[in-house]
Design a protein around this ligand. Structure first.
Ligand code: GUN
Length: 293
């Protein structure tokens, strides 16, 4: 068997095109959605993510309010900046790129963001509303995974979804979303405390790898015919690559293709979807702020 490789890049481009049309319509009412992207320090992966977000903002016609702070910025400086952005009516969404430097308490910063501008969906108000099916901002990566499953025509109702990784950003929210009535999956959430992971991952109709370790999900851990979604983005050294590294997922891709029915590649799989869903959330934030949604 050779798996269908899901083109996340193409699906993301079509989401962005739809967002761009709505942005044009909003602009005719003198509303231009604006996202403030805050980056503290110069972590190379974060710099690269943030530049991807900036590029997408330009493409869909939104205003990009990028703010860079040095790695030495204090927590109170960052909190003051968040308070300013909360109070600025021209800013519809606020994204503070994670991880933050060790001396800054991430939870405190996330909780300082106005939930109505929390386009990451990380604030406890949005997380809580997600859990009880109330209006909220859905976290971008899990939401992107749901859209990819839908666009690929993968049946979720009644399927056993096994998620590997319990992060606040991906694994935990995805377990909630896949179990909701609209997806209707039976969900198993695996993590570092899971005994005999391969015996559980092999029960998955839909296997989601979100543990952040290069190529640890091997072909023998995948049930023949399963759909495999690889959320991992890992830099591995590669002397032949221009930058000295290349990106690989959490799944050992080539052998996995021989076992799975569907699979997402890295890069050009889930990654572009995260940014596309961020554009969608920023659009939604601008509409809600203007009383349009
Ligand atoms: N770091 C890795 N992924 C994300 C994300 O989706 N949002 C933010 N703010 N930081 C991240």
């Amino acid at each position: 068997m050779s798996a269908v490789v899901i083109d996340g890049f193409a699906v993301a481009a079509s989401v962005r095109a739809r967002v761009a049309e709505s942005v044009t319509a909003l602009k005719s009412r003198s509303i231009t959605p604006c996202l403030a992207v805050v980056l503290v320090g110069e972590d190379p992966a974060s710099v690269s993510y943030v530049s991807g977000k900036e590029k997408a903002l330009a493409e869909v016609g939104m205003t990009d309010r990028s703010i860079r702070l040095p790695a030495t910025a204090s927590e109170s400086e960052l909190l003051a900046l968040v308070a300013t952005l909360n109070g600025d009516p021209s800013v519809h969404g606020i994204l503070v790129q994670l991880p933050l430097p060790k001396h800054i308490n991430e939870a405190r910063v996330i909780m300082a963001i106005d939930p109505a501008k929390d386009v990451d969906g990380f604030h406890p108000v949005n997380v809580g509303n997600m859990v009880i099916d109330r209006p909220c901002f859905l976290p971008c990566t899990p939401h992107g995974v749901l859209v990819l499953l839908r666009e690929a025509g993968i049946v979720t109702s009644g399927a056993h979804a096994v998620i590997v990784g319990r992060s606040n950003i991906v694994g935990k929210p995805l377990s909630i979303l896949l179990a909701r009535r609209d997806c209707n999956c039976t969900v198993t959430l695996c993590h570092t405390g899971t005994r005999d992971l391969p015996s559980i991952s092999r029960q998955a109709d839909i296997l989601i790898a979100a543990l952040g370790k290069p190529r640890v999900i091997t072909a023998d851990m995948i049930r023949p015919g399963a759909a495999v979604i690889d959320v991992g983005v890992n830099r591995v050294e590669d002397a032949t690559a221009k930058k000295g590294f290349r990106l690989v997922g959490d799944v050992d891709f080539v052998p996995a293709c021989e076992v799975a029915s569907f699979i997402t590649p890295v890069p050009r799989g889930v990654g572009p979807m995260t940014i596309a869903m961020l554009m969608e959330n920023t659009l939604l934030a601008a509409k809600r702020a203007s009383g349009l949604e």
